[in-house]
Design a binder for this molecule. Sequence first.
Ligand SMILES: [Cu+2]
Length: 123
Amino acid sequence: MVVLRSLRVASAAGMCGALLLLASCGGGSTSAPSPVSSAIPEGAALIDQDGLAFSPNQLTVKAGEKVYFQNSETSLHTVTINGKNESGNMKRHDVLVRTFSEAGAYKITCDFHPQMKATITVQ
Ligand SMILES: [Cu+2]
């Protein structure tokens, strides 16, 4: 009995190790669009939600470019694009990634804070 139990613990730990390994080597090839992700590449187009404002509140990107939105404070925010809430409630450190494939001007607002406004221009 005792031996069996310790074996089970050992194999559970082994599974955890394998999962960790998988998670850490997972970068790169698969890029299924996930609405909330925490990895923001260096130099990426980023709009920060902080101080009850979008920062910057004007951003120009090329069509097809990814834009990251990050909530950096404890207030809940949304990323509402042209009137449609695309993010749900974003907590601190939540990140939304959106790819803007069509040229145009996009109005970014927050459902909770009417004063939060930004414009993304896609060229
Ligand atoms: Cu807000």
